[in-house]
Design a protein around this ligand. Structure first.
Ligand SMILES: Nc1ncnc2c1ncn2[C@@H]1O[C@H](COP(=O)(O)OP(=O)(O)O)[C@@H](O)[C@H]1O
Ligand SMILES: [Mg+2]
Length: 226
């Protein structure tokens, strides 16, 4: 079964002459356990496609399923619980909560997934160890470097074992070395734990880490390379 199966996805903003056609019948499939990069120029529709797969935005038309469960055509009110069941996110800006420590940021995700606060804290510490941040677990995001914050974001995305992880330009604000380290960590943990991953990126310094590189341009998939 495919982890992500998106067919003929269309996203249009506005109507008539004012309409902006952002996605034009996009087909995008991800196999279970695959580590896929989605690459293309600014404005090509990458974030829009990721948001639709992430149950954040509804497509105008087309079908999207995650592990055989159709997510397109659902009510807005059903989307949050689908997100919790299926998805972990990593953003360009780390989106960690500034007033919480690294461990508390991750524990919060786990509590959303039904962990007790004690079990959530224990698992948060274990995840931080796995991304080399065990000794920084009580630091707040403002006390960490950009690369360290993104490693916390990786741990948070993995928390609770969502089958699919979506990352939107996770290395955009990092130097080459930190970007590579974060992406290598994400890849090796995802492979070990069986997560399917889509990384939106412009960053050709990390392209070699992809199982498959999909190109999008002007709202259409224009090619791919393995
Ligand atoms: N809410 C919106 N209303 C109108 N146009 C939008 C909206 N959100 C995004 N767009 C347009 O959709 C296009 C694709 O945006 P996006 O998916 O963010 O591209 P990318 O992530 O590849 O840079 C852009 O031209 C953008 O201006
Ligand atoms: Mg974008």
């Amino acid at each position: 079964m495919l982890a992500i199966d998106a067919s003929k996805v269309v996203k249009t903003y506005g109507e008539g002459e004012a309409a902006t056609h952002v996605l034009k019948e996009v087909d995008f499939k991800v196999k279970q356990g695959e580590f896929v990069f989605l690459e293309g120029p600014s404005g090509s529709g990458k974030t829009t496609l990721l948001s639709i797969m992430g149950c954040v935005l509804a497509a105008t038309s087309g079908e999207v399923s995650l592990f055989g469960k159709r997510i397109s055509g659902r009510k807005q009110s059903e989307l949050p619980s689908l997100r919790v069941s299926y998805l972990g996110f990593i953003f360009q800006g780390h989106n960690l909560i500034a007033s919480l420590t690294a461990a508390q940021n991750i524990a919060l995700q786990l509590e959303l997934r039904g962990y007790s606060s004690r079990a959530a804290m224990k698992e948060a510490e274990a995840l931080l160890d796995r991304v080399g941040m065990g000794d920084r677990s009580h630091h707040k995001p403002g006390e960490l470097s950009g690369g360290q914050r993104q490693r916390v974001s990786v741990a948070r995305a993995l928390a609770g074992g969502p089958p699919i992880i979506l990352a939107d330009e996770p290395t955009a604000s990092l130097d080459a070395q930190a970007g590579l380290l974060v992406t290598e960590m994400l890849r090796s943990l995802a492979k070990e734990r069986g997560h399917s991953v889509v990384v939106v990126t412009h960053d050709n310094r990390i392209f070699h880490l992809a199982d498959r590189l999909v190109h999008i341009e002007d709202g259409r998939i224009t090619g791919e390379s393995a």
